[in-house]
Ligand binder design. Sequence first.
Ligand code: FCB
Length: 438
Amino acid sequence: MFTVDRKDFGPGFTFGAATAAYQIEGGQRDGRGPSIWDSFSATPGNVKNADTGAIACNHYELWPQDLDLIRDAGLDAYRFSFAWPRLLPEGTGAVNQAGVDFYDRLIDGMLERGIAPYATLYHWDLPSALQDRGGWMNRDIAGWFADYAALVAQKFGDRLQATATINEPWCVAFLSHYLGIHAPGYRDMRAAARAMHHVLFAHGTAIDALRANGARNLGIVLNLEKAEAASDAPEDIAAMNMGDAIFNRWYLGGVLKGAYPEEVTAWLGDHLPANYQNDMAVVSRPLDWLGINYYTRSLYRAPTTPGGHVVEQVKGDLEKTDIGWEIYPKGLSDLLVRVSREYTKIPLYVTENGMAEVEGDDDPRRVRYYDEHLQAVLAARAEGADVRGYFAWSLLDNYEWAEGYEKRFGLVHVDYQTQKRTPKASYRAFQGMLHNTR
Ligand code: FCB
């Protein structure tokens, strides 16, 4: 049971659950093209247990029961992502009609059940054919992505409640091209610098394409972590500021103010694309809402190893989830208030929040995690942040990227042998809060 109540959030507040195509769909057939996660996960050493998304939760076939679960929880909305290679197997050019048909069924299925569709265009499954041409390192991706956005707007825009361009551009750029942890697995500063700019430039060209083709209610989803210093020492505070600039302010500043933090442009130097400044008006196109994914804080200290990364992170001593992330609800309030004071007055949505927990249907720690973070949303609203909705990550246990299937984030347990879904106590807690109020 939660201590918070739906009434505390007022009428019009949206409660939803989130997923992403590669993490749940499976269904790698009927014309779906390969994505960078297929080849990355097929390469030994990249993903725990060599797990891949080939079958995942088989949402491709089992979506009707998954939508029933959303409806039966009393949730208002479903945040899902389109698989670019299911719609455009080569990334550009020929459309895969079977892919269009799948998303038609899925979206109509939501509407039939009274669930509002919140779509994401890109949640990391880049068509391999575009990676062959340089992927996010190639400026041309702004055109490829805009064409794909136009297609989505034309086929589905009339039925979507809201559309986000990119999920977590820090992960698309830095985690995947500098830290090498996600596909395509580069560890290269120039690759990262180019991806950091191109992902936001492509976001802007996609916003233009969506609008030109009649899609409404457009945004982007940023992952933010509350940056804190490991100590009061000035070097650690400087490290915190640099960490905050690379992780948070690059994206907030670019998208909402049309300017990147100077310490980061100085650090990236010549690796940035030439004349990137000319693109900043596109990067910062006006948006209708901003999505924030929040999981934890980051604790920074000054580099201790010569030749090491520009900042270092240390493990804090707060209680941790099963994936090792500290539980820190206050960070969510602080970030929501900061964004609304320093960056924008457009409506904010918590588009992901949740925790990994050991396998099982009884998940009291997760119930508490959600309750405390919902309280944090209320606290931010009390301080003036215009938060309009909250999406739990995730509806189902699913493919947790480089962690494979071991880390479980679902409100609903998935038995990967049988594909049986079993609601957990956290699902019941949402149901208890939301029931009969839709
Ligand atoms: C976010 C991702 C999502 C999921 C959660 C745990 O960074 O957007 O796909 O992996 O973390």
